[in-house]
Design a protein around this ligand. Structure first.
Ligand code: BEZ
Ligand code: FE
Length: 283
């Protein structure tokens, strides 16, 4: 279509989209043309007022201003609007039986120590001990050797170590384990607790205006890497948690909910069994 010279309400989408150059990246053209179509459609459908648009610009400005090297308010916005989970769902359609992904979240830290299988990652000694164990398998049930399993969870008060650098030991409730030929993993951590996502910024304000709570159900994070298989970014959730069906970031999948059983070997201890199934990279 040739360029539309003058903008009107009726031809707003075409006016913007026909300004794109002829030699630009085709994927950029596709994404931006669709974005403009939906954005203009939304403004027209709700007949957005000047005040509402100014509020939205101020909200996005404050969201950006809340970000620093430790706080990523835009990721929280994406998570709470369900966009993070939707992008992940579209990009990681896996065969039946493969472990499902969930949201990555902002609290992963690169460089956690690689530990011997069986190590205890809870360094503050607080919380209820839990033995995490299981295997990493391929789609045919064979064990996978050499899988790098990076794990992290909150402490018994619902905070990650990076949220409380003056109170928690460095690398509290974090570690990396590598599977051997039997594909097994096991380590001790705590039974995690549910916690609210950081809600003292614009995203928290948005949730309150929408009548939504900021809570996530208790979970342990797992990141599994192996050169021959698709990366798994997931959690295991504690069955019975109050927030399983109202996770503020929509991260819960039924296949990831597990019963934490009493561990007969440890007083007041728990055990959580979960086998991960990895999907090979496309040939
Ligand atoms: C988390 O599970 O660590 C998380 C995920 C999304 C937003 C905030 C926290
Ligand atoms: Fe988390």
């Amino acid at each position: 279509m040739s360029q539309i010279d003058y903008f009107t309400e009726e031809c707003s989408v075409e006016a913007v989209n026909t300004r794109m150059g002829e030699t630009i990246n085709p994927r950029l053209r596709e994404v931006m043309a669709s974005l403009i179509t939906h954005l203009h459609g939304f403004v027209k459908e709700v007949e957005l007022t000047q005040e509402e648009w100014e509020f939205a610009i101020d909200f996005l400005t404050r969201t950006g201003q809340t970000c620093d090297d430790k706080r990523q308010e835009f990721i929280l916005l994406s998570d709470t609007l369900g966009v993070s989970m939707l992008v992940d769902a579209i990009q990681h359609r896996r065969p039946e039986g493969a472990t499902e992904n969930t949201v990555f979240g902002p609290f992963h830290v690169d460089g956690a120590p690689e530990l011997e299988m069986g190590a205890n990652i809870s360094l503050d000694g607080k919380g209820e001990q839990c033995l995490y164990e299981g295997r990493v398998l391929d789609l045919d049930g064979n064990p996978i050797e050499g899988v790098r399993i990076d794990v992290w969870s909150d402490n018994s008060e619902g905070f990650y170590d990076v949220q409380q650098p003056d109170e928690q030991p460095v690398w509290n409730n974090r570690g990396v384990f590598i599977t051997g030929p039997d594909g097994r993993y096991w380590f001790t951590g705590i039974k995690p607790v549910s916690y609210p996502i950081p809600d003292d910024g614009p995203v928290g304000q948005m949730l309150r205006h929408l009548g939504r709570h900021p809570w996530r159900p208790a979970h342990m994070h797992f990141l599994l890497d192996h050169p021959d298989y698709e990366r798994i970014v997931t959690h295991t959730f504690v069955a019975g948690d109050t927030y399983l069906t109202s996770d503020t970031v929509f991260g819960v999948k039924e296949s990831l909910i597990l019963d934490y059983a009493a561990n007969p070997d440890v007083k007041t201890g728990w055990q959580a069994h979960f086998d991960f199934v990895m999907n090979p990279h496309e040939q």
